[in-house]
Structures are given as C-alpha cells and as structure tokens.
Design a binder for this molecule. Structure first.
Ligand SMILES: N[C@@H](CCC(=O)N[C@@H](CS)C(=O)NCC(=O)O)C(=O)O
Length: 280
C-alpha cells in the first residue's frame, strides 16, 4: 500500500475533523444526546417524541448491526438520539416507520434509512465535514466493502456456535470461525497498519468490531481462543478507541444476553435493569 494511502486516515483524523490545520488534543465527547441504556419499547408503549432536527437511531442494545451505525455516529461525533425497540413485541409506530421492523433504522425528518452498511455509507456522504471513515479512492472503498463482506466467514459461524448440538458440529464450526479470522488477520498483516483503516479505526474496523467485542463471550461458550496475535493486538487497540469504549458492553452482560438468546428468551433490558435496579 502506498505511503500516502496509509497516511490518509491519519491525516484525515488529525486535520479534517478539527476543521483546522495542525495537531490537536483529542476533543472527543459522546454525540449521543440521550440514554443508550433506556428500556426497549414494545407494542404497548406510546411513541416517544422524535426530534426532526437530529438523527434518531432505532436500536436494540445488543444488536451487532445497530452497533456499527452507533459507532459510526459516535466516531464522527454526529449528534443523535437513541430509541431502543423490543424486537419480540414491536410497536406499531415503529413498523409504520420501517415496515421491515429491523434495527438499525436511522431517521431524520422524513428520511428513513436502514441496513447498517447503507446507513454508514449515507452518513459518510452526507457529512463530509466529519472524520472520514471510508477509504480515499474508489478502489480502496471497494476493497474495504469486499473485506466486510468476507468477514461473514468469521461472524456467521460465530453465531452458529449457539446452535450446535454435537461435539463434531462444534469442532466444524470452530474451525470455520478460525478460517474467517485468518482472512482478517492476513489482510491486516498485508496492510501493515495499526487498524484496517490505517492509523485510526475506519469503516472496516467499526463494521467488524461488534463481533470481536462479543468474541470472548462466544469463546467461553465453546472453549475457543483467538490465536492470531495481529488480531489480538488490533483488538487491544480497538478497546482504547473512544467510540468503542463509550458503547461497550462487558463480556458477562454479553454472555447473559446470548445465553438467553440461545434459549429463545433474550432479555433486551439487561443494561437498563443494571442502571435502574430500583425500577424493577
Ligand atoms: N443486514 C441488516 C441486519 C439487521 C438485523 O438483522 N437486525 C436484527 C437485530 S440484531 C433485527 O432487527 N431483528 C428483528 C427482525 O428481524 O425482525 C443490517 O446490517 O442492518
């Protein structure tokens, strides 16, 4: 990779987002305007008021796809509000906004967008004044999107771990997960940068991160570890990223959610209940 393209994300992060030329201290602060751990609203809840002047993300706190878009908004420091939705008991007003009933759904005024990667593309194009997270050239952007596509070879089987019935199936799925990890590890080694996005996290990093945040929880379920040292180091760097830290859920809470999910009894409100023990 040419030095200029390796430096691209670094230069963008340092200069473009501050709007001035020169090095700057980190001025990151959360752009989320309300509480990310609010109760998940269901069919019996009235529609909350929605501010048409800022983005609203319809979310589910444990959804890895919605996490992609939240991380994008946080990394770009675009102000937004968050509304958590009970996906097992969706409110009619949510289905009226997005008949597919999926999160993330990103709304501003009369604009309604869904599919995490499409939301992220939209935010990048709509907000050129913010930190750029996609590659500089069409080729870089296409290669990054291909890589996110190929990351399904990692996170697809990871979800499969929840369903395996036999030891034989478990070993098969574990080796599929390791195969997917190898694709990502090899790519990061060949890029030779700290992050897939260069010197700071970019689109690929934020798009694959949600499954790495959950990796330890899944790994404990199946006695598996991350063998790839390049990816381990990348994970440690990602854990230091401000957006990632702000939105992070601890391993034990992820594990509790996925245990429930595997039994068809997922509790979306684990984080709400932790924050509001007296309201239970
Ligand atoms: N391909 C979609 C997947 C989104 C998705 O499946 N979200 C789940 C929650 S993690 C959802 O909304 N499930 C509700 C449903 O399918 O009815 C994306 O990238 O946004």
């Amino acid at each position: 990779m040419a030095l200029s393209s390796r430096l691209g994300p670094f230069l963008r992060a340092q200069f473009c987002s501050s709007g001035s030329i020169g090095f700057r201290m980190s001025s990151w602060s959360p752009s989320l305007l309300n509480n990310m751990n609010s109760r998940h609203l269901g069919a019996n809840d009235p529609m909350p008021s929605i501010n048409p002047e800022v983005y609203t993300v319809f979310n589910m706190r444990f959804c890895p796809y919605a996490q992609r878009t939240v991380l994008f908004l946080l990394a770009k420091q675009i102000p937004f509000e968050n509304i958590n939705i009970d996906l097992k008991n969706k409110p009619g007003w949510f289905l009226a906004i997005n008949p597919l009933g999926k999160v993330p759904t990103l709304v501003k005024g009369s604009t309604v967008i869904y599919e995490s990667l499409i939301c992220d593309d939209f935010l990048e194009e709509e907000h050129p004044e913010t930190k750029r997270l996609l590659g500089d050239s069409p080729v870089e952007r296409a290669m990054d999107k291909l890589l996110v596509e190929r990351s399904k070879f990692f996170y697809g089987p990871l979800h499969g771990l929840l369903k395996v019935q036999t030891q034989e199936d478990l070993e098969k799925v574990k080796s599929q997960v390791q195969g997917g990890l190898q694709i990502l590890g090899n790519e990061l080694r060949s890029r030779g940068t700290s992050f897939f996005g260069g010197f700071s996290p970019g689109m690929v990093d934020y798009s694959i991160w949600p499954w790495f945040e959950r990796f330890n929880g899944f790994a404990q379920l199946s006695n598996m570890d991350l063998k790839d040292s390049t990816l381990k180091e990348w994970m440690n760097r990602m854990f230091e990223d401000e957006a990632v830290r702000y939105y992070r859920i601890e391993d034990k809470d992820h594990a509790e959610f996925w245990r429930g999910f595997a039994q068809g009894q997922q509790n979306y409100d684990i984080m709400f209940e932790k924050e509001n023990p007296t309201k239970l």
